[in-house]
Write a protein that binds this ligand. Structure first.
Ligand code: GRF
Length: 201
């Protein structure tokens, strides 16, 4: 299966996928067709290029309506014919225009155990709340914020002595593992989906 990856920032999750692919450890994936960033200066772009992957930069214009931006995203992405798009730290919430126009699956990695701590800085939200456990979630994307059906989750305990930064770093380590696992599951079709329930086999 051909996949595309959307990023906005450092791109370590994207790089983990690319590394696994380069080392033949990403079952079900035949090609990483592109890495697209909505931020011109995203450090992840250089990482993608170092893996020899085509990079695309497509920022939203100032005051551009969301629908118009998503139409441009669709136009950019459609010619690649990817069956899966992976949101790996892509900081925009995709809406109806993109989701209804894209003829494939979209998955997202979120750094908390959903449905707790949706939105930005989920690790900081969890830390400040005083949780004993948080973690990460890979889910299908629908029109709700971090709300689509859950594919995989990995708990990460908050350890005595953790700072926000160390907690975040240990969650990120697990994200790198979890996201590639989910990509393989989806690309190999090793799941079924019924309403909110994703069954893995
Ligand atoms: C990750 O924590 C991801 O879960 C969140 O944003 C961060 C992106 O990190 N959505 P990176 O760009 O993959 O390094």
């Amino acid at each position: 299966m051909k996949i595309g990856i959307f990023i906005s920032g450092t791109g370590t999750n994207m790089a983990a996928i690319c590394r696994n692919f380069a080392e033949n450890r990403l079952e079900g994936v035949d090609e990483i067709s592109f890495v697209l960033s909505d931020k011109r200066n995203a450090p992840g772009l250089e990482k993608a290029a170092a893996f020899g992957i085509k990079t695309i930069v497509l920022p939203k214009k100032k005051d551009e309506p969301k629908e118009d931006y998503e139409s441009r995203l669709l136009q950019e992405v459609r010619p690649f014919g990817t069956s899966l798009i992976v949101l790996a730290g892509f900081m925009k919430v995709l809406g109806h225009t993109f989701l209804s126009g894209y003829d494939g699956r979209i998955i997202n990695i979120h750094p908390s155990l959903l449905p707790s701590f949706k939105g930005v800085d989920a690790q900081g939200q969890a830390f400040d709340y005083g949780v004993k456990v948080s973690g990460c979630t890979v889910h299908f994307v629908d029109e709700t914020l971090d709300g689509g059906p859950i594919i995989l989750q990995q708990p990460v305990p908050r350890l005595e002595g953790d700072t926000k930064e160390t907690f975040k770093a240990r969650i990120l380590e697990q994200e790198h593992i979890l996201l590639s696992k989910a990509v393989s599951i989806v690309c190999m079709g090793k799941y079924s989906i019924s309403g909110r329930f994703v069954t893995l086999f």
